[in-house]
Write a protein that binds this ligand. Structure first.
Ligand code: KIV
Ligand code: ZN
Length: 554
């Protein structure tokens, strides 16, 4: 039995005049990837050195300018990896590496040792400040917590002075910030500020982790706004966010907190990290991009990002993970497919992206239109029509879309599976282009007099020769008259459509025809270089269906 009395609701922040709900994000924050630290720490099998190098190269390629590369004092492989990056000169000049350490002098010293020779680095020091950690883990009071932070900050400063060849930036995280009384979080951070003495030209970073996400994102945003308003030397501080996804709102929390004044965001590609993960930077960056903001990250080769992250973390990407999942540009529902097709048909290159059901252009992530629509038994006519038009050039008239989508629906209902473009094409061939014809044209002649056409032809009809002759307003009309007379069956042409297939000298004509006989309808499709041959053959395709049915019924 659930027992809700076991849990207490998150405490609201007393900030009645909050401003963040009215803010609009107008530029991307500074991104910092923690894939190689928080992400790596959370893996069942931590990354090997070659995987770390691969991940680091991807992060650089994607455009991160700040990358947390490890926790060198806590892990020898992390120490060795940091050394390798520095010794092998793998860090581009415009990228700053960051390393994490607890606020303990011995660990800080070892961390500095890992960074010897680095051109620039962010030294990230943390200690837990929350009520639970104070009371249950460290068994110390607020004074004790401030002392840990101040002693750590002092040691960070001292070690940096011993290594002036490196350009240092200091970062402090009051770990479990969201579980800390907000005025106490400010008190601890102010104590750190007093030690580091930042200036607007040489700011420090306060990173405010939602180490465990426990509240709705608006409360986090309130905490950030309150913090930004109340800390000392705000103009010398970069406020950074570090959200985890325990309630599934890590991205939303970071977004609202940027509205509340934060300038920097830490997270991972595709959201790997402790428990439910860190906030997914791909999602937040693409959310910004979809609002017309330059994301400052190059995510255009999403397939490569997914493949490297998967290889390095051994974790699959959910097919519905926003932006990166395999199915995010796939519409299974027929009405969605119809709407997408209509919007895509009207879309002009370079204009505003307003496509139903597709919040962004799949091509921006290196995905293609061909991947947008897949067809299954739920698809309806839109998906089938889209595939035939975009992959094979056949612009099916509406009546044929409806008819052929039933064929596809029948097949997919039996298989229970999605159907791929090539199978759709094969079925289209079987049904219309390459189906067995019981009637075919051997030879024909056309005479024109006083606006009327006379059509004389020799047909093969169930293996026998059949001569026909008819007169009408056009060739097809004359053919219909002649055939009706010869086989003594009454039918009429209900639908007719044609268009060019391809361009230039190789262009062919495709014709779609539907006949009606005693309330039933029969369709034919044919292609030919010659428009008359294409319409006569389409007619015979439809007539063949009708005649086979008549014979079967006889
Ligand atoms: O989630 C967290 O609190 C952290 C800190 C060490 C920044 O990862
Ligand atoms: Zn974290």
């Amino acid at each position: 039995m659930f027992d809700p009395s076991k849990y207490k609701p998150a405490q609201a922040i007393n900030i009645v005049d909050r401003t963040w709900p009215d803010q609009i994000i107008e530029k991307a924050p500074t991104w910092c990837s923690v894939d190689l630290r928080d992400g790596n720490q959370a893996l069942i099998e931590p990354m090997s050195v070659s995987q770390k190098i691969k991940m680091f190269e991807l992060l650089v390629e994607v455009g991160f300018k700040e990358i947390e590369v490890g926790f060198p004092a806590a892990s020898q492989p992390d120490f060795d990896f940091v050394r390798r990056l520095i010794d092998e000169n793998k860090v581009p000049d415009d990228v700053t590496i960051q390393v994490l350490t607890q606020a303990r002098p011995a660990l800080i010293q070892r961390t500095y040792a890992s960074l010897k020779g680095a051109k620039k680095a962010i030294l990230h020091v943390y200690n837990s400040t929350s009520i639970v950690q104070r009371e249950k883990v460290f068994k110390t009071d607020k004074v004790g917590i401030v002392k840990i932070a101040v002693d750590g900050a002092t040691e960070v400063k001292r070690c940096a002075e011993l290594a002036p060849e490196t350009e240092w930036t200091f970062q402090y995280s009051p770990e479990s910030f969201t579980g800390t009384e907000i005025d106490f979080a400010v008190e601890v951070c102010d104590a750190v500020t007093a030690v580091w003495n930042p200036t607007p030209d040489k700011p420090l970073i306060f990173n405010l982790p939602s180490t465990v996400e426990r509240s709705t994102p608006n409360i986090y945003a309130d905490q950030i706004e309150w913090f930004c308003r109340n800390i000392n030397k705000r103009d010398s501080v970069i406020v950074s966010l570090h959200t985890h996804n325990d309630r599934g709102c890590a991205v939303a929390a970071a977004e609202l907190a940027v509205m509340a004044g934060a300038q920097r965001v830490e997270g991972t590609l595709l959201g790997n990290g402790e428990r439910t993960g860190n906030m997914d930077i791909v999602v937040m960056a693409m959310n910004l991009y979809s609002q017309g903001i330059i994301p400052e990250l190059d995510l255009q080769n999403m397939d490569k990002i997914v493949s490297v992250v998967r290889e390095c973390t051994q974790i699959d990407v959910h097919p519905r993970q926003p932006y990166s999942g395999d199915l995010v540009f796939t519409a299974f529902s027929g009405s969605h497919q119809d709407a997408i097709k209509k919007c895509l048909d009207m879309y002009e290159e370079g204009s505003t992206w307003e496509i139903a059901y597709l919040p962004i252009d799949p091509r921006d992530l290196g995905r293609t239109y061909q991947d947008v629509i897949r067809v299954n038994s739920q698809s309806g006519k839109g998906g089938v029509a889209y595939v035939l038009a975009n992959k094979f050039g056949f612009e099916l008239p509406r009546w044929l879309q409806i008819e052929f989508s039933r064929v596809i629906q029948g097949v997919t209902e039996v298989s229970g599976q999605e159907i791929h473009a090539d199978e759709i094409w094969e079925l289209f061939n079987q049904h219309y282009l390459k189906n067995e014809k019981v009637i075919s044209l051997e030879d024909f002649s056309i005479e024109k007099s006083e606006g009327r056409e006379t059509f004389n032809a020799k047909l093969e009809y169930y293996g026998n020769e059949l001569a026909i002759s008819g007169e009408g307003d056009g060739v097809l009309d004359a053919f219909v008259v002649g055939l009706k007379k010869a086989i003594n069956i009454d039918f009429e042409i209900m639908e007719y459509g044609e268009h060019a297939l391809g361009q230039g000298v190789d262009a062919e004509a495709v014709t779609y025809i539907q006949l009606k006989c005693e309330g039933r309808r029969y369709s034919g499709v044919a292609i030919s270089k010659d428009i008359i041959a294409s319409s006569l053959n389409a007619f015979m395709g439809a007539a063949s269906q009708l005649l086979s049915e008549v014979r079967a019924a006889a």
